[in-house]
Design a protein around this ligand. Structure first.
Ligand SMILES: C[S@@+](CC[C@H](N)C(=O)[O-])C[C@H]1O[C@@H](n2cnc3c(N)ncnc32)[C@H](O)[C@@H]1O
Length: 352
């Protein structure tokens, strides 16, 4: 036995934060262990925030009221995320029928799978797969016609809060923004190959960015000068610098909004979000049983427009027998207790 084997493993101190308000993701170790620190988690929720490492499902009552799930049915959660909606839908099935649940995220999917297994949901009632919802037709080969489908678009709170994923400029992290980091290219790599005109178009089309020209010029000029834009804060700094001409007291606010829109535009681009949503909407009717119900929750105007147009066209063609006359918004109570619900719009359709 050599001396290394005799050594006690070095005690690793937990990452501590100063004061009572942890700021970074890793410091929030209490929120990251909800089973151990339920009081802390309850306090965070009470304040209208989402505990780190979790996701609070939006419009649950509105969705369940519309889907009218009954025991024995077969359904699909096309965006499993934290599994909040999935759990509610499973309760409605009451151990009879089957729920398929998919997500592209290779990092969060195994965690959610374990969480749901620990709650007692096994393969008899729930099938989880890592896949893109644009491949919904493949699910139906196994499941048969679906009685209900839910898609809760966009990103989960776990994805936004984890600095290593690069979805937020609140803290520094690699400028990645991929829902599935095992596939495609990161936002940082994408920026290295894009032209100024393409970037300008991307910012306008994906996020209605009013300063798309000045921001795209600043980014491309920085890249040409060899300035590194491989992290979230480095990109934020370039956007901030490009917009410092904005006059008035609300400059900081305007800049923050532009940063948010630029990150959204990049995320939509690297994940081909409009393309995959379009494919999903096109394939959807063929996957639904007669009278099958679909509910889609979207979080920005580009997504909502695609859903609305598709539902309206297919309704006119008689493929859907009914569609939501207007988008349904979360109640003001829900928006007050969960700020991430504020931009949500729910639309539904029923197959003829
Ligand atoms: C808002 S979260 C869903 C939260 C979930 N409804 C819950 O209650 O926990 C959106 C999820 O959809 C996933 N997602 C986004 N686009 C996708 C796609 N094209 N195919 C499959 N999953 C997708 C994301 O990875 C993310 O986990």
């Amino acid at each position: 036995m050599d001396s290394m084997d005799n050594q006690e493993p070095k005690h690793q101190r937990r990452i501590r934060y100063e004061g009572t308000h942890p700021k970074t993701f890793k410091e929030k170790y209490k929120e990251l262990q909800p089973e151990k620190y339920s009081d802390t988690v309850a306090k965070v929720i009470q304040k209208g925030s989402t505990p780190a490492g979790t996701h609070r499902s939006i419009c649950v009552n509105e969705i369940l009221e519309f889907l009218q799930i009954t025991p024995g049915q077969t359904g699909l959660d096309a965006t499993l995320g934290y599994g909040g909606h999935t759990q509610e839908m499973l309760k409605c099935l009451n151990s009879k029928g089957h729920l398929y649940a998919i997500d592209v995220d290779s990092i969060e999917l195994p965690r959610t799978t374990t969480r749901l297994e620990n709650l007692g949901y096994g393969s008899d009632i729930l099938t989880i797969k890592q896949m893109n919802f644009s491949d919904i037709d493949q699910i139906v080969l196994e499941s048969g016609p679906l009685n209900f489908v839910l898609a809760d678009l966009g990103v989960s709170s776990m994805q936004i809060d984890n600095p290593e994923r690069g979805f937020s400029f609140k803290t520094d992290g690699p400028l990645d923004l991929r829902l599935n980091p095992a596939k495609g290219i990161s936002a940082a790599s994408r920026l290295k190959t894009i032209t100024q005109k393409e970037l300008q178009g991307m910012l306008t089309e994906n996020a209605d960015e009013p300063y798309s020209e000045v921001i795209s010029r600043a980014i491309i000029s920085a890249i040409k000068k060899g300035i590194d834009i491989s992290t979230t804060l480095k990109l934020q700094l370039i956007i901030k610098d490009a917009l410092k001409f904005i006059p008035g007291n609300n400059r900081d606010d305007e800049i923050k909004k532009s940063c948010r829109r630029c990150f959204q535009a990049l995320r939509i681009d690297v994940n081909n979000e409009y393309e995959v949503l379009h494919t999903f909407l096109e394939k959807l009717p063929a996957t639904l049983a007669e009278g099958g119900r679909v509910a889609i929750l979207s979080f920005h105007s580009g997504e909502d427009r695609l859903v609305k147009k598709s539902f309206q066209r297919l309704f006119r063609e008689g493929i859907y027998r009914d569609i939501a006359p207007d988008a349904i918004r979360p109640t003001s109570e829900e928006c007050n207790t969960n700020s991430r619900a504020r931009s949500a719009k729910l639309r539904w359709a029923i197959k003829a």
